[in-house]
Design a binder for this molecule. Structure first.
Ligand code: SF4
Ligand code: SF4
Length: 157
């Protein structure tokens, strides 16, 4: 059983520790008002990129889906209409879906893509309230039209 002297010593040791952390700057930040810098190379939410003229980079080859170790990607390709192509290739991705709950953010899809269409962005904010919201499709993934392409279409697309 500890002596009264040891008890007092332990009490002061505890108080000293409390005071040390009381005056120290906190390690935590007031997220989301304050955001920390994201480390270079961090892999976040995917984006399907476009060319400068607005055409989609994805040609629906499905290599990303084949490379994905988590089977998180589903691509359904379709033939481009030569009058109104969606991408520069013969085909484009009519359906492009990612199950973010399956994804392990390994970056294999990005590496496999021959047109640099699919990239993992630095957007790490992916929390949501339902599983369905984390099953994302082209509407969620496709990059907005570049300024130059928007000007060419008169801002109609
Ligand atoms: S980052 Fe990895 S796990 Fe996620 S979709 Fe791409 S290949 Fe699949
Ligand atoms: S994102 Fe890249 S790898 Fe995946 S289907 Fe499109 S072009 Fe092919």
């Amino acid at each position: 059983m500890p002596s009264p002297l040891e008890d007092v010593k332990a009490l002061f040791t505890g108080l000293a520790t409390t005071m040390k952390f009381f005056v120290r700057r906190p390690e935590t930040v007031e997220y989301p008002e304050v955001k920390r810098a994201i480390p270079v190379g961090a892999r976040g939410r995917h984006q399907l990129r476009r060319h400068e003229d607005g055409l989609e980079r994805c040609i629906g080859c499905e290599l990303c889906a084949a490379a994905c170790p988590a089977a998180a990607i589903r691509v359904v390709a379709a033939e481009n209409d030569p009058e109104h192509p969606v991408s520069p290739g013969e085909r484009y991705a009519a359906v492009y879906e990612i199950d973010l709950l399956r994804c392990i953010f390994c970056g294999m899809c990005e590496e496999a893509c021959p047109t640099n269409a699919i990239v993992l962005s630095q957007n790490l904010e992916m929390a949501d309230y339902s599983r369905e919201a984390l099953y994302v499709d082209k509407r969620d993934l496709l990059a907005p039209l570049p300024e130059s392409a928007r000007a060419a279409t008169g801002g109609t697309t």
